[in-house]
Ligand binder design. Structure first.
Ligand SMILES: Cc1cc2nc3c(=O)[nH]c(=O)nc-3n(C[C@H](O)[C@H](O)[C@H](O)COP(=O)(O)O)c2cc1C
Length: 188
């Protein structure tokens, strides 16, 4: 085994698109790979100092989180490399459509299959560079197109992408290969 020392290489990372409203009421989005599930009804995200960070202050810590797909990849990367502070036409360039989220003051980008509505509960290690946020997942929205016959989200239909923090690539999720909490029974 070759050693690489300490690296930010937890694999795979999600590609989270965080939606907020700017002070002029226009939607903004940013890309965040450093985040994940935190307990049963909470999400955590490592939040730097961005236009989004300012928006969270203005909007009671409310935001949405969409999961990026192969179809939204280019614009998802774009919102991660260009700030609304630098480009007033940022969101027009994505071509995404948006509507207000039903339960939080934040935009839902309808180009994505699934979106979480979130509200910050706690900011950890806050400084001028940002903080780690823990937020309540208030609600989950899923476009009906991506539901299975039982009415539950069908992740295989969504063409989700993940972030490869070693190679700095986006990789599309593939096929289901086994049933969790179950396939291990085979060698009990
Ligand atoms: C693949 C990728 C992952 C990123 N992950 C994070 C992250 O986890 N936390 C963060 O604060 N910024 C992250 N960023 C950077 C922000 O998305 C970026 O600074 C963005 O332009 C901020 O937009 P805003 O200033 O309009 O809010 C990431 C960018 C990319 C491309």
């Amino acid at each position: 085994m070759k050693s690489f020392g300490s690296k930010p290489w937890v694999l795979p990372q999600p590609v989270l698109i965080i939606g907020t409203y700017n002070k002029d009421g226009k939607a903004n989005a940013m890309n965040a790979a450093w985040g994940g599930q935190w307990d049963m009804h909470e999400i955590m995200i490592s939040m730097g100092s961005h236009a989004t960070t300012e928006n969270l202050k203005l909007n009671n810590g409310e935001f949405t989180v969409a999961f990026a797909t192969a179809e939204t990849m280019v614009a998802s990367d774009f919102v991660g490399i260009v700030s609304a502070n630098k480009d007033p036409k940022k969101m027009e360039k994505t071509g995404w459509t948006e509507e207000k989220a039903p339960n939080v003051n934040a935009p839902v980008f309808t180009d994505f299959p699934m979106t979480l509505e979130c509200r910050i509960k706690e900011k950890i290690d806050e400084s001028a560079e940002g903080y780690n946020l823990v937020a309540e997942i208030v609600n989950v929205l899923c476009d009906e197109k991506y539901l299975d016959e039982k009415g539950n989200p069908d992740v295989e239909k969504m063409n989700l992408i993940i972030y490869d923090s070693v190679g700095h690539n986006y990789i599309q999720l593939g096929k289901v290969v086994g049933k969790a909490f179950s396939c291990g029974n085979e060698i009990k």
